[in-house]
Design a protein around this ligand. Structure first.
Ligand code: AMP
Ligand code: GLY
Length: 425
């Protein structure tokens, strides 16, 4: 088969790596891809949201199956357009992906279907939101309705902080259109776990869980990032929690979307908070997580081409989905200054040195031909640059492997968190 992966991060490199392992894979394209995906196949310089360009490329290269990585591609309608044109594609339609792309939709959907989540109210008027805040004190969460690259959420510890976040969203358009509607939400306390299932809209695969680290520095200090590390499985994840997630969250979500005429095909990601009152949904996402994909895909015993193909055809029963009892720890190596401003173009050394020791997935890297001629290899081109993943029978061994490999690879101005999976052990 000829396959196309849409996206350019380490998540997409991990997806491409896993698809490459299938006997069925003949040619692999990634659009736009990165320095890592270039080593697995051909990068096409088409943006992940250029739906027309992607469809043309899929026709031109006779692509049999397309796998969508990022939420922006889903929201731009790539799945709908491919389906209308008879092209097989893995991922939810725009209507089903609203579970991620509109927090107001997700909130109301969860209420309609009795899915446990924080109490929340949506507002499209600043004055009304402000009035709502007047009656309360203590922490409250302010969320921009639309996609804001993970930056649209403020956990406000006081009314003043909440008002400032509201003002930034609604009056000063900090997130553009995405902040025109805002959800004000009850603050929840507990451990957070990312839970994933493959689904064809009817059937659910066995669930798999991971934890990620959003803050830039150790001990959860510093600004929020796209993710600085992850591990799977979480030490506290159990049969009971799996059952609770399936019965209270995933099953009602899939059935609810189908009943509302938006059958969901793809991978559903539930961001869960384990509160004193039980498991509650923080948010749904319509895709694999980044950096969670980098630690769960190595645990997938099954053939990802088979799974994606079966789901694209609407029949997951044709594929098996099996997770290995393996521990994986992923550490992100980033450019000094990220998530704010940083310098790129530095040659990366030691990429070959970790082969056989750890897995290495690229985020912001440039393939050799675009890197500086001096480097003779791959250079940095983004804030997050690499995810290094160690896999072993125990989390402690996996962690050791990841950090040992991190000693061998690097670039000028690299930094990474030293405490990924540390407290889990
Ligand atoms: P989201 O983009 O909805 O995942 O929110 C980003 C982060 O904000 C989450 O991973 C949580 O750590 C935090 N957060 C979101 N909603 C709540 C809530 N209701 N209570 C406490 N923390 C929250
Ligand atoms: N790891 C968080 C996300 O992918 O949204």
């Amino acid at each position: 088969m000829k396959l196309l992966v849409i996206g350019s991060g380490a998540r997409e490199h991990a997806i491409a790596w896993k698809l490459r392992q299938s006997q069925q894979t003949e040619l692999l394209y990634t659009a736009p891809g990165n320095g890592g995906t270039a080593q697995l196949g051909t990068n096409l310089s088409i943006s992940a949201t250029d739906v027309t360009g992607l469809l043309e490329a899929a026709h031109q290269h006779k692509v049999d199956l397309t796998f969508v990585g990022p939420e922006a591609a889903l929201a731009s309608g790539v799945v709908d357009r491919f389906q209308q044109n008879g092209k097989s594609i893995f991922g939810p339609t725009v209507a089903a992906a609203q579970i991620e792309s509109s927090k107001a939709f997700a909130k109301e959907f969860m209420a309609r279907h009795g899915i446990p989540t924080a109490q929340g109210v949506a507002f499209d008027s600043f004055a009304e939101a402000q009035r709502f805040l007047q009656g309360r004190d203590g922490p409250i969460v302010v969320k921009a309705d639309g996609l804001a690259a993970g930056k649209g959420v403020t956990v406000a510890h006081s009314r003043a902080e909440a008002l400032a976040a509201l003002d930034a969203c609604m009056n000063r358009q900090a997130f553009g259109e995405a902040g025109a509607t805002v959800v004000l939400e009850e603050f929840m306390e507990g451990r957070e776990v990312s839970v994933f299932a493959f689904t064809d809209g009817l059937r659910l695969s066995p669930l798999v869980a991971a934890c990620d680290y959003k803050r830039a520095f150790e001990d959860d200090q510093g600004p929020n990032t796209g993710g600085m590390g992850s591990y799977s499985p979480p030490e506290l994840w159990s049969e009971e929690l799996t059952k609770e997630a399936e019965e209270k969250v995933f099953r009602p979500a899939i059935d609810g979307l189908a009943k509302e005429g938006k059958p969901y095909r793809g991978v559903l990601y539930g961001g869960m908070m384990l509160t004193k009152e039980g498991m509650k949904v923080v948010e749904f996402n319509a895709r694999l997580g980044d950096p969670e994909a980098q630690v769960i895909l190595p645990r997938l015993r099954s053939d990802l081409v088979e799974i994606a193909g079966a789901i694209a055809e609407g029949d997951l029963s044709r594929a098996s989905v099996e997770w290995m009892p393996l521990a994986c720890v992923g550490v992100v190596m980033a450019s000094q200054g990220y998530p704010d401003s940083y310098t790129t173009g530095y040659p990366i050394y030691g990429l070959q040195g970790v082969e056989g020791q750890a897995l290495l997935f690229h985020h912001g890297t440039m393939p050799a031909n675009r890197a500086s001629p001096m480097s003779g290899g791959v250079a940095t081109s983004g804030g997050r640059v690499l995810t290094v993943v160690g896999c072993a029978p125990t989390l402690a061994q996996a962690r050791e492997k990841a950090y040992a490999a991190l000693q061998r690879v690097g670039f000028q101005s690299a930094f990474y968190r030293k405490d990924i999976a540390l407290r889990a052990i």
